[in-house]
Design a protein. Structure first.
Length: 293
């Protein structure tokens, strides 16, 4: 009986051990399945992000487009010519004050010219270049330096021309890179000379387009303001008649002077002809006289 009980006990122990081993194996399998279950959601999430990325591209594209538009901007060339009347003897002082106004706005003094006759009122003009953003404020401040007499302004949109030049310049630069690579790979002197000739033409076009582009950038980045300054009495020509009768009399006198000048020119031109005609007549009369018998 004892032997049987021992045998049964050994069998039970063996069954328990076997069950435990099988349980451990199943647990490992289960853990493996759990790992697979964890990996799958990560992959699904990654693929979902990849699929969701295009949904965010329109926003990013819109941002890129907006930045590109800001970089190009609207290229507008603006010019203004303002007529101002200043106080007597204040021409140079007004030019200095206008220069101070433009300098505070980070503008550029271009040049000036003045005329100070002995007996007449002085007049002159001064030119400035001011940043586009400061064009309107500076123009308003300059108008307050004297009595406003008139203004001429113009604007020219060169945005399309600017964009077109940028596109042409990019194409020529790409072609330049191609020729530079060909120049590195050239193995004979003839190939080097041929590539260099083409490269020189491309670089010449690049320089020409870059110069035009720089000019447009300068013209559209800085606006031009010209001030015509005059003291009282210098707005028109000296001694200009103001009334109708005075203007009519001045016109008649001017016409009479023109007629007198025309007659004088005719006399000068006809005098040699008349003298020659007189000599011819005298000769004919001398020939027609009867000779004595």
């Amino acid at each position: 009986m004892r032997v049987r009980r021992a045998a049964v006990g050994m069998a039970l122990v063996a069954m328990v051990v076997a069950a435990g081993c099988s349980g451990r194996g199943g647990g490992a399998d289960t853990a493996g399945g759990g790992a697979e279950a964890q990996v799958a959601p990560d992959q699904v999430a990654a693929s979902a992000k990849d699929q969701a990325a295009p949904a965010t591209k329109p926003g990013s594209t819109g941002t890129a487009t907006q930045i590109r538009l800001v970089d190009l901007g609207n290229r507008i060339v603006r010019t203004a010519t303002v007529e101002l009347e200043v106080g007597e003897g204040r021409l140079n002082d007004t030019i200095n004050r206008a220069t101070d106004v433009v300098t505070r706005a980070k503008g550029i003094y271009v040049g000036s010219s003045t005329s100070v006759p002995g007996d007449d009122a002085a007049s002159g003009q001064v030119s400035f270049r001011v940043p586009v953003d400061a064009f309107e404020p500076v123009l308003r401040e300059l108008k307050g330096l004297g009595t406003y007499r008139g203004e001429q302004s113009s604007t020219e949109d060169v945005t399309n021309q600017y964009v077109d030049l940028n596109g042409q310049l990019a194409a020529w630069r790409a072609q330049e890179r191609v020729y530079l690579r060909l120049l590195d790979r050239a193995k004979s002197i003839a190939d080097v000379i041929a590539v260099q000739n083409q490269l020189q033409q491309v670089q010449s076009n690049i320089e020409r387009l870059q110069g035009q582009l720089n000019h447009l950038e300068d013209q559209s980045s800085f606006s031009t303001i010209v001030l015509h300054l005059s003291e009282p009495g210098a707005a028109g020509p000296a001694g200009q008649p103001q009334g109708r009768l005075a203007r009519a009399w001045a016109t008649a006198v001017s016409g009479l002077g023109v007629m007198a000048a025309a007659v004088l020119v005719g006399v000068v031109w006809l005098a040699p002809v008349a003298a020659l005609a007189g000599l011819v007549l005298v000769g004919l009369r001398a020939l027609r006289r009867p000779r004595p018998a």
